[in-house]
Design a binder for this molecule. Sequence first.
Ligand code: DX5
Ligand code: ZN
Length: 220
Amino acid sequence: MRKIQIAPSLLASNFLDLESDVKQVVEAKADYLHYDVMDGHFVPNISFGLPIVSAITASFNIVHDVHLMISNPSDYFEAFAKAGAKIITFHYETARDLKNIQSWIKQLHKLGVKAGISIKPQTKVEVLKPLLGTVDLILIMSVEPGFGGQAFLPSAIAKINWLRQELDATKLKTLIEVDGGINLETSKACIDAGVDILVVGSYLFKQKNLAKAIKQLKHE
Ligand code: DX5
Ligand code: ZN
């Protein structure tokens, strides 16, 4: 039985009271903290970066999962590793070619962090086949990256399904994460398709009882 994990997306938290929001999701037994770093170039939005990540990692012991939606991700791998990231995920669409991606994965492992790769809704999941054995995590975007609060794109389900079958057939331990529009209904569909980690933003941070909501999202 796969252990489902929940990664609250801090993009949906109250930035005027960030410490209290982080404390609440950590106490509510979140498994990861998901940081959406946007540069206003790869995606049409600017969010937050290194100072926020290092401030939180210095105070909270949890898996810090950094989602880089920036054009030159490898320029910042070392800085985010130093800032306390445990997983650094870059976008497939920002790399020149497969050789370039494999060198980035090596770079991340050399920095002692887990390497994740993400694909946008328009990118076919099959492009990841050559990377399944080297990357630690695959992040399927179920919304067009750049904003929280968007509707879930059902096309993500077939991608999760395909990945789950490929990974099970080859006995690989690569984790499957899904991001965007996750709520009670879409989380169930993603879990049935074979996902491991659910990123949850707007749905989670509007709940009164976070611990109950996190438990419910796991459908255990
Ligand atoms: C979007 C981000 C997501 C987003 C999720 O580009 O990568 O992590 O914050 O938020 P919701 O759950 O509100 O779609
Ligand atoms: Zn994200």
